[in-house]
Design a binder for this molecule. Structure first.
Ligand SMILES: Nc1ncnc2c1ncn2[C@@H]1O[C@H](COP(=O)(O)OP(=O)(O)OP(=O)(O)O)[C@@H](O)[C@H]1O
Ligand SMILES: [Mg+2]
Length: 175
């Protein structure tokens, strides 16, 4: 196959132009992905970014949220993992604000044996898990896709009237 390729000067030029375009597309994609990263996540890491996020929610006054982290300060995960975890917590907290009518919530992250455990709990009205249907909202299917992407496990305990507790475990490769 390779032997049959005739590389004319025009082909070389077209090839180089394509490579330049591809290069630009990759740079553009990286720029967009980077722009979507919260500043604190890039500069100070996951633990601080999540603490900041919870602080901001508290300032809003609609929900009193406690952030706890255990052994997270020294966790070094790659940026994709960090942004994925950040987005999961963000969606879970947004759901509490939107749907739970909760007074308080807890966001807890702990790190043990290269596994990050995420717990997000509220004392709101709870719900029937049948509502976690992509036909109703894409929030939960996004969370589950993200958990799958990181080869993790998610567990929800919720009953009408009894609040909601979500636990997610993600193994990570340090670095
Ligand atoms: N913490 C919670 N407390 C009470 N109900 C919840 C909670 N989280 C989710 N739900 C219920 O589960 C449904 C599905 O949640 P999901 O995040 O998938 O969709 P959504 O929030 O309605 O829409 P979207 O996320 O696309 O904006 C919600 O509509 C709500 O009824
Ligand atoms: Mg949602």
């Amino acid at each position: 196959m390779k032997g049959n390729l005739i590389i004319t000067p025009e082909n070389v030029q077209a090839f180089e132009r394509s490579m330049d375009m591809l290069d630009n597309s990759i740079k553009e994609m990286q720029r967009v992905a980077h722009d979507m990263m919260p500043e604190t996540l890039v500069n100070f890491g996951l633990d601080t970014a999540l603490k900041d996020f919870c602080d901001t929610i508290n300032q809003g006054g609609a929900l009193s949220i406690t952030y706890q982290s255990i052994d997270m300060q020294q966790v070094v995960v790659n940026q994709t993992t960090a942004i994925t975890i950040y987005r999961i917590v963000q969606e879970l907290v947004n759901n509490i604000i939107k749907h739970a009518s909760a007074r308080s919530a807890l966001v807890q992250l702990s790190n043990e044996h290269n596994t990050i455990n995420i717990t997000v709990e509220d004392d709101g009205k709870g719900f029937n898990k049948e509502l976690l249907n992509p036909a109703r909202g894409i929030g939960w299917s996004n969370i589950l896709n993200r958990v799958d992407f990181l080869n993790g496990k998610a567990d929800i305990v919720s009953e009408p009237g009894k609040g909601t507790s979500v636990n997610i475990g993600l193994q990570y490769t340090p670095g």
